[in-house]
Design a protein around this ligand. Structure first.
Ligand SMILES: *Cc1c(COP(=O)(O)O)cnc(C)c1O
Length: 387
Protein backbone atom coordinates (compact mmCIF):
# COMPACT_ATOMS: atom_id res chain seq x y z
CA UNK A 1 0.00 0.00 0.00
CA UNK A 2 1.07 3.58 -0.64
CA UNK A 3 2.25 5.49 2.44
CA UNK A 4 2.21 9.25 2.15
CA UNK A 5 3.12 11.61 4.96
CA UNK A 6 1.24 14.91 5.00
CA UNK A 7 1.94 15.91 8.59
CA UNK A 8 5.25 17.80 8.43
CA UNK A 9 3.87 20.49 10.78
CA UNK A 10 3.67 17.86 13.53
CA UNK A 11 7.19 16.63 12.91
CA UNK A 12 9.57 16.02 10.03
CA UNK A 13 11.77 13.02 9.31
CA UNK A 14 15.38 13.53 10.37
CA UNK A 15 17.37 14.07 7.18
CA UNK A 16 19.82 11.17 6.65
CA UNK A 17 22.63 13.75 6.29
CA UNK A 18 21.69 15.10 9.74
CA UNK A 19 21.70 11.61 11.18
CA UNK A 20 25.15 10.96 9.69
CA UNK A 21 26.51 14.19 11.20
CA UNK A 22 25.16 13.26 14.64
CA UNK A 23 26.34 9.67 14.72
CA UNK A 24 30.01 10.20 15.79
CA UNK A 25 28.86 12.17 18.84
CA UNK A 26 27.27 9.15 20.49
CA UNK A 27 30.33 6.89 20.85
CA UNK A 28 33.48 8.12 19.19
CA UNK A 29 33.15 11.74 20.34
CA UNK A 30 30.91 11.26 23.35
CA UNK A 31 32.57 13.79 25.67
CA UNK A 32 30.79 16.18 28.03
CA UNK A 33 31.19 19.68 26.59
CA UNK A 34 31.88 21.01 30.10
CA UNK A 35 34.88 18.72 30.69
CA UNK A 36 38.36 20.22 30.44
CA UNK A 37 40.11 17.19 28.91
CA UNK A 38 40.44 16.43 25.20
CA UNK A 39 37.13 14.51 25.09
CA UNK A 40 35.34 17.52 26.51
CA UNK A 41 37.10 19.99 24.27
CA UNK A 42 36.16 18.00 21.18
CA UNK A 43 32.50 18.14 22.21
CA UNK A 44 32.82 21.81 23.15
CA UNK A 45 34.20 22.62 19.71
CA UNK A 46 31.23 20.89 18.03
CA UNK A 47 28.87 22.75 20.38
CA UNK A 48 30.32 26.18 19.62
CA UNK A 49 30.53 25.53 15.87
CA UNK A 50 26.85 24.59 15.97
CA UNK A 51 25.99 27.73 17.91
CA UNK A 52 27.77 29.82 15.30
CA UNK A 53 25.96 28.07 12.43
CA UNK A 54 22.54 28.67 13.99
CA UNK A 55 23.33 32.26 14.94
CA UNK A 56 24.46 33.02 11.39
CA UNK A 57 21.27 31.55 9.99
CA UNK A 58 18.99 33.93 11.93
CA UNK A 59 21.37 36.92 11.93
CA UNK A 60 22.11 36.64 15.65
CA UNK A 61 25.38 36.54 17.58
CA UNK A 62 26.53 33.16 18.90
CA UNK A 63 26.34 34.36 22.52
CA UNK A 64 22.64 35.18 21.97
CA UNK A 65 21.77 31.50 21.39
CA UNK A 66 20.77 29.20 24.26
CA UNK A 67 20.23 25.56 23.35
CA UNK A 68 17.14 23.94 24.88
CA UNK A 69 15.18 20.70 24.67
CA UNK A 70 12.86 22.08 21.99
CA UNK A 71 10.13 24.55 21.16
CA UNK A 72 8.09 23.95 24.30
CA UNK A 73 10.99 24.64 26.62
CA UNK A 74 12.02 27.73 24.65
CA UNK A 75 8.47 29.12 24.79
CA UNK A 76 8.11 28.38 28.50
CA UNK A 77 11.52 29.94 29.26
CA UNK A 78 10.67 33.10 27.34
CA UNK A 79 7.34 33.65 29.07
CA UNK A 80 8.19 32.53 32.60
CA UNK A 81 11.72 33.94 32.40
CA UNK A 82 10.58 37.40 31.33
CA UNK A 83 7.66 37.42 33.77
CA UNK A 84 10.00 36.53 36.63
CA UNK A 85 12.69 39.03 35.65
CA UNK A 86 10.30 41.94 35.15
CA UNK A 87 7.56 41.38 37.73
CA UNK A 88 8.59 44.52 39.60
CA UNK A 89 8.19 46.55 36.42
CA UNK A 90 4.73 45.29 35.47
CA UNK A 91 2.38 42.35 35.36
CA UNK A 92 0.78 42.57 31.94
CA UNK A 93 1.57 40.26 29.03
CA UNK A 94 0.05 40.39 25.55
CA UNK A 95 -0.25 37.33 23.35
CA UNK A 96 -2.68 36.11 20.68
CA UNK A 97 -5.69 33.81 20.74
CA UNK A 98 -4.05 31.39 18.27
CA UNK A 99 -0.76 30.54 19.97
CA UNK A 100 0.53 27.00 20.42
CA UNK A 101 -0.22 25.40 23.79
CA UNK A 102 3.46 25.86 24.66
CA UNK A 103 2.56 29.56 25.01
CA UNK A 104 -1.08 29.48 26.15
CA UNK A 105 -0.44 27.04 29.02
CA UNK A 106 2.42 29.01 30.64
CA UNK A 107 0.30 32.14 30.05
CA UNK A 108 -2.60 30.56 31.96
CA UNK A 109 -0.19 29.55 34.72
CA UNK A 110 1.04 33.15 35.00
CA UNK A 111 -2.58 34.32 35.13
CA UNK A 112 -3.08 32.14 38.19
CA UNK A 113 0.01 33.75 39.73
CA UNK A 114 -1.50 37.23 39.37
CA UNK A 115 -0.34 38.33 35.92
CA UNK A 116 -2.84 39.89 33.52
CA UNK A 117 -2.85 38.36 30.07
CA UNK A 118 -4.44 39.92 26.98
CA UNK A 119 -5.22 37.42 24.23
CA UNK A 120 -5.49 39.44 21.02
CA UNK A 121 -8.13 38.19 18.61
CA UNK A 122 -7.38 37.60 14.93
CA UNK A 123 -9.29 38.35 11.74
CA UNK A 124 -10.92 35.70 9.54
CA UNK A 125 -7.55 34.87 7.93
CA UNK A 126 -5.80 34.54 11.28
CA UNK A 127 -3.95 37.86 11.31
CA UNK A 128 -3.26 39.91 14.43
CA UNK A 129 -3.92 43.63 13.90
CA UNK A 130 -1.04 46.03 14.67
CA UNK A 131 -3.58 48.68 15.74
CA UNK A 132 -5.16 46.31 18.22
CA UNK A 133 -1.75 45.48 19.61
CA UNK A 134 -1.05 49.21 20.08
CA UNK A 135 -4.34 49.67 21.90
CA UNK A 136 -3.70 46.71 24.21
CA UNK A 137 -0.39 48.05 25.52
CA UNK A 138 -0.47 49.61 29.01
CA UNK A 139 2.29 51.02 31.21
CA UNK A 140 2.31 47.64 32.95
CA UNK A 141 3.03 45.63 29.79
CA UNK A 142 6.32 43.75 30.10
CA UNK A 143 6.16 41.23 27.25
CA UNK A 144 4.43 40.64 23.94
CA UNK A 145 4.49 37.13 22.47
CA UNK A 146 3.05 36.53 19.00
CA UNK A 147 3.89 33.48 16.91
CA UNK A 148 5.62 33.91 13.56
CA UNK A 149 3.45 31.40 11.68
CA UNK A 150 0.57 29.35 12.95
CA UNK A 151 1.01 25.58 13.07
CA UNK A 152 -2.61 24.80 12.17
CA UNK A 153 -3.66 27.31 9.55
CA UNK A 154 -0.22 28.46 8.35
CA UNK A 155 -0.90 32.21 8.57
CA UNK A 156 2.30 34.27 8.78
CA UNK A 157 2.03 37.28 11.08
CA UNK A 158 3.48 40.72 10.25
CA UNK A 159 6.10 40.24 12.99
CA UNK A 160 8.40 43.04 11.77
CA UNK A 161 5.55 45.53 12.29
CA UNK A 162 4.31 44.04 15.55
CA UNK A 163 7.86 43.82 16.88
CA UNK A 164 8.47 47.41 15.79
CA UNK A 165 5.56 48.56 17.96
CA UNK A 166 7.04 46.78 20.96
CA UNK A 167 10.49 48.19 20.25
CA UNK A 168 9.15 51.76 20.14
CA UNK A 169 7.63 51.26 23.59
CA UNK A 170 10.64 49.45 25.03
CA UNK A 171 8.67 46.24 25.61
CA UNK A 172 10.21 42.81 25.07
CA UNK A 173 8.90 40.97 22.04
CA UNK A 174 8.99 37.16 21.75
CA UNK A 175 8.02 35.12 18.72
CA UNK A 176 7.46 31.38 18.45
CA UNK A 177 9.20 30.72 15.12
CA UNK A 178 9.01 26.93 15.38
CA UNK A 179 7.02 26.66 12.15
CA UNK A 180 9.06 29.13 10.13
CA UNK A 181 12.74 28.37 10.80
CA UNK A 182 14.11 26.44 7.84
CA UNK A 183 10.96 27.09 5.80
CA UNK A 184 10.97 30.85 5.22
CA UNK A 185 13.69 33.44 5.97
CA UNK A 186 14.03 34.43 9.63
CA UNK A 187 16.18 37.40 10.61
CA UNK A 188 15.95 38.56 14.22
CA UNK A 189 16.84 42.18 13.37
CA UNK A 190 14.41 42.50 10.49
CA UNK A 191 11.70 40.95 12.66
CA UNK A 192 12.40 43.34 15.58
CA UNK A 193 12.35 40.53 18.13
CA UNK A 194 14.16 40.16 21.46
CA UNK A 195 13.33 36.50 22.00
CA UNK A 196 12.67 33.74 19.47
CA UNK A 197 11.91 30.03 19.87
CA UNK A 198 12.84 27.26 17.45
CA UNK A 199 12.86 23.48 17.39
CA UNK A 200 15.03 21.13 15.29
CA UNK A 201 12.44 18.44 14.57
CA UNK A 202 10.28 20.87 12.59
CA UNK A 203 13.06 21.43 10.03
CA UNK A 204 14.53 17.94 9.44
CA UNK A 205 16.60 17.80 12.62
CA UNK A 206 16.18 15.44 15.59
CA UNK A 207 13.46 15.63 18.24
CA UNK A 208 14.22 16.96 21.71
CA UNK A 209 16.52 19.83 20.79
CA UNK A 210 15.88 23.47 20.04
CA UNK A 211 17.03 26.93 20.95
CA UNK A 212 15.96 30.23 22.40
CA UNK A 213 17.43 33.37 20.87
CA UNK A 214 17.93 36.03 23.56
CA UNK A 215 18.90 39.47 22.26
CA UNK A 216 21.94 40.88 24.08
CA UNK A 217 20.83 42.87 27.12
CA UNK A 218 17.43 41.17 27.45
CA UNK A 219 16.69 40.36 31.08
CA UNK A 220 15.45 36.83 31.53
CA UNK A 221 15.25 34.79 34.74
CA UNK A 222 16.80 31.33 34.48
CA UNK A 223 14.33 28.52 34.10
CA UNK A 224 16.61 25.47 34.56
CA UNK A 225 18.96 25.71 37.52
CA UNK A 226 21.96 23.48 38.10
CA UNK A 227 25.35 23.57 36.39
CA UNK A 228 26.66 26.67 34.67
CA UNK A 229 26.12 25.46 31.10
CA UNK A 230 25.01 28.11 28.60
CA UNK A 231 26.56 30.79 30.87
CA UNK A 232 24.12 29.87 33.62
CA UNK A 233 21.11 30.50 31.39
CA UNK A 234 20.18 26.84 30.98
CA UNK A 235 21.65 24.13 33.17
CA UNK A 236 21.99 20.47 32.13
CA UNK A 237 24.65 18.57 30.20
CA UNK A 238 24.58 19.63 26.57
CA UNK A 239 22.78 17.35 24.13
CA UNK A 240 25.80 17.44 21.83
CA UNK A 241 24.56 14.95 19.19
CA UNK A 242 21.21 16.76 19.06
CA UNK A 243 22.82 20.19 18.81
CA UNK A 244 25.16 18.97 16.05
CA UNK A 245 22.08 17.61 14.28
CA UNK A 246 20.26 20.92 14.65
CA UNK A 247 23.23 22.73 13.10
CA UNK A 248 23.44 20.26 10.22
CA UNK A 249 19.71 20.72 9.63
CA UNK A 250 20.30 24.49 9.52
CA UNK A 251 23.08 24.00 6.97
CA UNK A 252 20.80 21.92 4.72
CA UNK A 253 17.98 24.46 4.98
CA UNK A 254 20.38 27.29 4.18
CA UNK A 255 21.20 25.42 0.99
CA UNK A 256 17.71 24.20 0.03
CA UNK A 257 15.17 26.51 1.61
CA UNK A 258 14.54 28.79 -1.33
CA UNK A 259 14.02 26.09 -3.94
CA UNK A 260 12.05 23.89 -1.51
CA UNK A 261 9.72 26.76 -0.67
CA UNK A 262 9.16 27.52 -4.31
CA UNK A 263 8.23 23.92 -5.10
CA UNK A 264 6.05 23.62 -2.00
CA UNK A 265 4.18 26.80 -2.89
CA UNK A 266 3.34 25.23 -6.25
CA UNK A 267 1.99 22.10 -4.51
CA UNK A 268 0.13 24.20 -1.95
CA UNK A 269 -1.53 26.42 -4.51
CA UNK A 270 -2.51 23.40 -6.56
CA UNK A 271 -4.36 21.94 -3.56
CA UNK A 272 -5.92 25.31 -2.74
CA UNK A 273 -7.28 25.47 -6.27
CA UNK A 274 -8.15 21.81 -6.81
CA UNK A 275 -9.80 20.82 -3.52
CA UNK A 276 -12.68 23.34 -3.87
CA UNK A 277 -12.98 22.41 -7.56
CA UNK A 278 -13.50 18.75 -6.66
CA UNK A 279 -15.36 18.97 -3.36
CA UNK A 280 -18.34 21.26 -2.79
CA UNK A 281 -18.79 23.24 0.43
CA UNK A 282 -15.25 23.55 1.67
CA UNK A 283 -13.53 26.58 3.16
CA UNK A 284 -9.84 27.39 3.13
CA UNK A 285 -8.62 28.23 6.63
CA UNK A 286 -5.75 30.67 7.03
CA UNK A 287 -4.49 33.48 4.86
CA UNK A 288 -4.55 32.77 1.10
CA UNK A 289 -1.12 34.39 0.50
CA UNK A 290 0.55 35.23 3.81
CA UNK A 291 0.87 31.55 4.62
CA UNK A 292 3.54 28.88 5.06
CA UNK A 293 4.67 27.30 1.79
CA UNK A 294 3.85 23.82 3.10
CA UNK A 295 0.47 24.32 4.77
CA UNK A 296 -3.06 23.71 3.49
CA UNK A 297 -6.04 23.67 5.85
CA UNK A 298 -9.63 23.16 4.77
CA UNK A 299 -12.88 22.89 6.65
CA UNK A 300 -14.96 20.26 4.92
CA UNK A 301 -18.53 20.81 5.94
CA UNK A 302 -20.90 18.19 7.38
CA UNK A 303 -18.21 15.70 8.37
CA UNK A 304 -15.86 15.18 11.26
CA UNK A 305 -12.14 15.68 10.95
CA UNK A 306 -11.41 12.52 12.94
CA UNK A 307 -13.39 10.22 10.63
CA UNK A 308 -11.82 11.84 7.58
CA UNK A 309 -8.37 11.38 9.08
CA UNK A 310 -8.99 7.69 9.80
CA UNK A 311 -10.46 7.00 6.35
CA UNK A 312 -7.45 8.65 4.72
CA UNK A 313 -5.11 6.73 7.01
CA UNK A 314 -6.63 3.48 5.72
CA UNK A 315 -5.61 4.62 2.24
CA UNK A 316 -2.06 5.27 3.44
CA UNK A 317 -2.46 9.05 3.67
CA UNK A 318 -1.36 10.66 6.96
CA UNK A 319 -2.96 14.08 7.59
CA UNK A 320 -4.04 15.93 10.67
CA UNK A 321 -7.15 17.58 11.99
CA UNK A 322 -6.63 20.55 14.25
CA UNK A 323 -3.15 20.04 15.70
CA UNK A 324 -1.59 16.84 16.96
CA UNK A 325 -1.79 18.16 20.50
CA UNK A 326 -5.54 18.76 20.45
CA UNK A 327 -6.65 15.89 18.24
CA UNK A 328 -7.18 13.57 21.20
CA UNK A 329 -9.63 15.96 22.82
CA UNK A 330 -13.16 16.60 21.61
CA UNK A 331 -12.98 20.39 21.91
CA UNK A 332 -12.48 21.92 18.47
CA UNK A 333 -9.24 23.75 17.88
CA UNK A 334 -8.97 27.16 19.59
CA UNK A 335 -7.34 28.45 16.41
CA UNK A 336 -10.30 27.57 14.19
CA UNK A 337 -12.73 29.08 16.72
CA UNK A 338 -10.59 32.25 16.85
CA UNK A 339 -10.89 32.78 13.08
CA UNK A 340 -14.66 32.67 13.49
CA UNK A 341 -15.66 29.12 12.55
CA UNK A 342 -18.62 27.63 14.38
CA UNK A 343 -18.06 24.37 16.28
CA UNK A 344 -19.50 22.25 13.49
CA UNK A 345 -17.27 23.66 10.77
CA UNK A 346 -14.25 23.64 13.07
CA UNK A 347 -14.74 19.91 13.70
CA UNK A 348 -14.47 19.12 10.00
CA UNK A 349 -11.02 20.53 9.42
CA UNK A 350 -8.25 18.81 7.53
CA UNK A 351 -4.63 19.97 7.72
CA UNK A 352 -2.27 18.86 4.99
CA UNK A 353 1.39 19.81 5.55
CA UNK A 354 4.25 18.67 3.40
CA UNK A 355 7.98 19.03 3.02
CA UNK A 356 11.33 17.87 1.68
CA UNK A 357 10.23 14.43 0.48
CA UNK A 358 6.78 15.31 -0.87
CA UNK A 359 6.38 14.66 -4.59
CA UNK A 360 3.89 16.00 -7.09
CA UNK A 361 2.51 12.46 -7.42
CA UNK A 362 1.67 12.47 -3.68
CA UNK A 363 -0.57 15.46 -4.32
CA UNK A 364 -2.13 13.59 -7.29
CA UNK A 365 -2.92 10.64 -5.04
CA UNK A 366 -4.51 12.84 -2.39
CA UNK A 367 -6.61 14.67 -4.99
CA UNK A 368 -7.69 11.33 -6.41
CA UNK A 369 -8.72 9.83 -3.05
CA UNK A 370 -10.06 12.75 -1.02
CA UNK A 371 -13.32 13.43 -2.94
CA UNK A 372 -14.42 9.79 -2.57
CA UNK A 373 -13.66 9.78 1.15
CA UNK A 374 -15.64 12.98 1.65
CA UNK A 375 -18.59 11.74 -0.41
CA UNK A 376 -18.77 8.50 1.55
CA UNK A 377 -18.64 10.24 4.92
CA UNK A 378 -21.17 12.87 3.87
CA UNK A 379 -23.54 10.15 2.72
CA UNK A 380 -23.50 8.82 6.30
CA UNK A 381 -23.73 12.23 7.94
CA UNK A 382 -27.03 13.29 9.52
CA UNK A 383 -25.88 16.92 9.15
CA UNK A 384 -25.52 16.53 5.39
CA UNK A 385 -28.98 14.91 5.05
CA UNK A 386 -30.70 17.72 6.91
CA UNK A 387 -29.33 20.53 4.78
C1 LIG B 1 5.82 21.97 17.45
C2 LIG B 1 5.59 23.33 17.97
C3 LIG B 1 5.99 23.69 19.26
C4 LIG B 1 6.58 22.71 20.22
O1 LIG B 1 7.90 22.34 19.88
P1 LIG B 1 8.53 21.02 20.52
O2 LIG B 1 9.95 21.03 20.06
O3 LIG B 1 7.75 19.87 19.93
O4 LIG B 1 8.40 21.12 21.99
C5 LIG B 1 5.79 25.00 19.68
N1 LIG B 1 5.24 25.91 18.86
C6 LIG B 1 4.85 25.60 17.61
C7 LIG B 1 4.26 26.66 16.74
C8 LIG B 1 5.01 24.31 17.13
O5 LIG B 1 4.60 24.01 15.89
Amino acid sequence: MKKIYFDYAATTPTDPEVLAAMEPYFFEKFGNASSLHAYGQEAKKALEDSREALAGFINARPEEIVFTSGGTESDNSALLGAACALEKKGNHIITSAIEHHAITEPAKFLEKKGFKITYLGVDKDGLVSPDELKKAITDKTILISIMHANNEIGTIQPIARLGGIAKEKGIYFHTDAVQTIGHIPVNVDQLNVDLLSLSAHKFYGPKGVGALYIRKGTRLETFMRGGDQEKGRRASTHNVPGIVGLAKAVQLCRRNMESEAEFQISLRDRLIKEIPARIPEVRLNGHPIERLPNNVNFSIKYIEGESMLLSLDMLGIACSTGSACTSSSLEPSHVLLAIGLNHETAHGSLRITFGRWTKGSDIDYLLEKLPGVVQKLRAMSPLYEKK
